[in-house]
Design a protein around this ligand. Structure first.
Ligand code: ZN
Length: 336
């Protein structure tokens, strides 16, 4: 049952534009109930308000009808009923925001939210109504997301990644993330390159840090993610080819030295101007080393030998090994 009633009248005549006064003839046109949060001295409660909309007859003749306002339509491919937020909704804006916070911030399922609202606020909502509230809150936040995208594109360095996101009833989608030092934006879409281009834009002139997926490769200033480089190096070390093990060890050593140096600089020199790189490589590259992998890692080849059945450590880079074991690990390293 409603605890109070709010009436809504049209302010001006639709035909002549003159102001409609309270004493003009009027009649009820529509009404609906709204559940919304209400602040209390200690905490919140849910109040039920009846909203009545009236039709007013102008002196010029026709009736002008007050109607609940509606928002922009959200069109999503494959959805039967497209989402259009309206004031004529059972759940008001305060309770809608609360439900969205329970879902997004506190990671509660729709069913858990329904149970929570019933147990603690004595409000019984269906899963469908709760789902609609969450989608409406997302739609209302779109202008904020547009502002965040502008902030992201103004950053000097953007990190990006994507991961599969199965969704019941839909074909496989991908969860993308693009972040700067102050902004993180998530988007669920296909794995096409257009998704990352929509987020970052074609005019981005900073550095994009990513893995090796092809969608990122159209950006000319791209830094391969250091964690991925270290992973590649470790995979190379686990392989069975002389040059690749050598390259993998050098790569891992250099990347870890880079991380260590950057970390030390951050801790010890906060006054250094931005971009003043103080990293000096631990060695100038694979060709500068004069030691062989066997000398640097005496136990490595023995371990591989016992695992693969190779009788003795390789002393020559031209020595051949069975193709399946030799190619498997390096191939994994090249993949990501
Ligand atoms: Zn009129």
């Amino acid at each position: 049952m409603p605890e109070k009633t709010e009436d809504h009248y049209p302010s001006h005549c639709e035909r002549c534009g003159s102001a409609l006064e309270l004493w003009f003839p009027h009649e009820g046109a529509s009404a609906h109930l709204v559940l919304d949060l209400e602040r209390q001295a200690a905490g919140v409660r849910v109040a039920c308000v009846k909203h009545r909309y009236f039709a007013v007859t102008c002196a010029c003749g026709p009736k002008t009808i007050a109607r609940p306002l509606t928002g922009a339509v959200s069109i999503i491919e494959g959805r039967k009923d497209q989402l259009r937020p309206s004031e004529a909704s059972l759940v008001g804006p305060g309770l809608t925001t609360f439900i969205a916070a329970l879902s997004v911030r506190y990671r509660m399922s729709r069913a858990k939210i329904a149970e929570f609202l019933s147990s603690w606020l004595d409000v019984r909502l269906s899963i469908g109504v709760i789902d609609r509230c969450i989608r409406e809150a997302g739609l209302a936040c779109e202008p904020i997301v547009d502002g965040l995208i502008d902030e992201l594109r103004a950053a000097g360095v953007i990190h990006a990644d994507e991961t599969p996101r199965p969704q019941q009833g839909y074909k496989l989608r991908w969860l993308w993330v693009a972040l700067s030092s102050t902004t993180a934006i998530y988007r669920i879409n296909s794995r096409h390159a257009e998704t990352i281009r929509d987020l970052i834009g074609d005019a981005f002139i900073g550095v994009l840090v990513s893995d090796g997926y092809g969608a990122y490769r159209t950006y000319p200033r791209r830094q391969r993610c250091v964690a991925h480089l270290i992973r590649k190096g470790i995979a190379l070390i686990d392989g069975y080819q002389y040059e690749r093990i050598w390259l993998g060890e050098w790569l891992v050593r250099e990347m870890r030295a880079l991380i260590h140096t950057v970390s030390e600089n951050r801790a010890s020199d906060t006054a250094a101007p931005p971009g003043s790189a103080r990293y000096s490589p631990a060695s100038s590259g694979p060709a500068s080393s004069t030691r062989t992998p066997t000398q640097k890692r005496p136990g490595l080849w023995r371990a591989k030998s016992s695992m693969t059945g190779t009788p003795s450590p390789p002393l020559s880079t031209t020595q051949t090994y069975p193709q399946p074991t030799m190619m498997r690990k390096p191939h994994c390293a090249m993949r990501s």
